[in-house]
Design a protein around this ligand. Structure first.
Ligand code: PLP
Length: 508
């Protein structure tokens, strides 16, 4: 081999390595750290929602495909434009949907995870990361009271609550099917396998039923009581009727905090019914399960330990950056038999030791998986459970405070008393307030007027950038909905938000 061949064989063509010099690395890291630090120190003063319109961000920074690299300074300026044109869930007056701020330790943990770029398929792919994830799953199970010294739990982290719910429903369906559906297909199983939940259930459950090939119609909605909790007598009645009519009930999904109002279904009573009918009990605690950390709310979750599976979202109420969902289950073998796959050489595990043979692909649909556990692990270790629990309790207390302020005001109407950290209410101008509930038959007309007024108020408030509320329909009425899962919110923010709503009403 000539000298020339050797050079060609060993050296990369100029510019093809993506490594950068140490000086460039230091520059990149100090500039990015500065940007992150600035963001965390400014987020409370930024407009919650940007003054923007569709296409404006790309209009500012351009969309041409970069064939050659660009200077760091320009890229960071464009990142600042992206930040300017973002909605800020970390703002203390962001109350929409279920979206919490990320903590700085959680954000930096994501940087470490991406730096390692572990592909968390199995212990062999990520020995340390697998051990951290299994540890974190154990912590989460014990935090919400799903496991203790006598009861163990298993599980895995997911992209979020929707994926955790889908995974749970698949395991439940396979566990309760009388044929090997995974091999033969749904059409060979007994028809009409049905799942039960309240009419307040999150959309991820009917979506999961659809994805599983059951169809949304197989989700039987049971009515809820005056506090929006599943009516257990109706559940019992519906199950008995459906059995008589040849359906095959296989699963009940109880809500551990509904998305609309934060209602927690009577978990213990539902567990009793699930047991009587031999059904899988799944609890969707994506929003609410971590509220069990608030001592004053813990009793609402009595019976959670009787569930076959539970979903919860650290990215909602543990203030961990997205994507951090979790599915817990009691029976590891059931989950494994739903997902494990024989006959693919590329996933053959050669280890003998059970810990080393562990593979997440046996418990869920994903093969390539991020190292999600690090941000949960670092957040919990940095703050400690006591401090996080205090923040969750404070969120619940703030929702209760909002409820009290609304009730005491002459120009607001409370539509749901907060069970956890969600409060639904509407603005009612004093002139209409006196006519509401007078029984003179005009309530429906007034409601229609109030629906329109409060829709306008929500739009004006969202666009105004000083606070952000979303909406819910409460017994047919349009409600302004505030969900507080935010460690920056104070009572002053609540007072200010009510004032902002009043100003929006005047502007209408
Ligand atoms: C009760 C409930 N279940 C499921 C979900 C879906 O969770 P994710 O958005 O993490 O997929 C949500 C989201 O708000 C929720 O509130």
């Amino acid at each position: 081999m000539s000298d020339k061949d050797q050079t060609l064989g060993t050296a990369r063509p100029a510019g093809s390595s993506l490594d950068i010099s140490e000086a460039e690395m230091r520059e990149l890291s100090s500039q990015v750290t500065q940007l992150v630090t600035d963001y965390f120190s400014e987020v409370s003063t930024l407009p919650v929602f940007p003054e923007t319109s569709g296409g404006k961000t790309i209009g500012k920074i351009g969309a041409s495909l970069p064939i050659e690299g660009e200077p760091l300074e320009r890229l960071l300026n464009d990142c600042r434009v992206i930040i300017e044109n973002s909605r800020h869930n970390g703002h203390p007056r962001f109350f929409g949907y279920v979206a919490s701020p990320a903590t700085p330790p959680g954000a930096f943990a994501d940087l470490i995870a991406s730096t390692l770029n572990t592909n968390l398929t199995s212990w062999r792919s990520g020995p340390a990361a697998t051990e951290i994830e299994r540890t974190v799953v154990g912590w989460l199970a014990s935090l919400i009271g799903y496991s203790d010294e006598t009861r163990g739990a298993h599980g895995l982290l997911t992209s979020g609550g929707s994926m955790a719910n889908l995974t749970a429903l698949l395991i439940a369906h396979r566990a309760k099917s009388d044929t090997d559906v995974g091999t033969t297909g749904l059409w060979n199983s007994r028809a009409s396998m049905t799942v039960y939940c309240s009419d307040q259930i999150h959309m991820s459950i009917p979506k999961a039923a659809d994805i599983l090939g059951l169809g949304r119609a197989q989700v039987r909605l049971v009515d809820s009581d005056d506090r929006f909790r599943m009516n257990v007598a109706s559940l019992h009645r519906t199950l008995a009727n459906d059995l008589k009519n040849g359906m095959k009930p296989f699963c009940v999904v109880a809500s551990g905090g509904t998305v609309n109002t934060g209602a927690v279904d009577p978990l213990d009573d539902i567990a009793e019914v699930a047991n009587e009918f031999g059904l899988w009990l799944h609890i969707d605690g994506a929003y609410g399960a971590l509220a069990a950390l608030d001592e004053t709310k813990r009793q609402l979750f009595r019976g959670i330990e009787r569930a076959d599976s539970v979903s919860l979202d650290p990215h909602k109420w543990l203030y961990v950056p997205i994507d951090s969902g979790c599915l817990l289950f009691r029976d590891e073998a059931r989950a494994r038999s739903a997902f494990s796959f024989e006959g693919a050489d590329y996933i053959k595990v050669h280890e003998q030791n059970a810990d080393e043979a562990f593979a997440f692909w046996n418990y869920g649909p994903e093969l390539s998986r991020r190292f999600r556990a690090l941000k949960i692990w670092l957040t919990l270790r940095y703050y400690g459970v006591r401090r996080i629990a205090q923040s969750i309790s404070e969120d619940n207390a703030l929702a209760a405070y909002l409820g009290e302020q609304v009730e005491a005001a002459t120009d607001f109407e409370l539509l749901t008393s907060p069970e956890l950290s969600i409060c639904c209410f509407r603005y009612v101008p004093p002139a209409l307030q006196t006519r509401l509930g007078t029984g003179d038959g005009v309530d429906a007309t007034i409601d229609a007027e109030l629906d329109q007024l409060n829709t306008n108020i929500m739009n004006v408030v969202q666009r105004g950038g000083r606070a952000y509320l979303s909406s819910a329909t409460i017994r047919g009425k349009f409600a302004l909905r505030a969900c507080i899962t935010n460690f920056r919110t104070t009572r002053a923010d609540i007072d200010q938000t009510l004032q902002i709503i009043r100003e929006a009403a005047q502007a209408d």
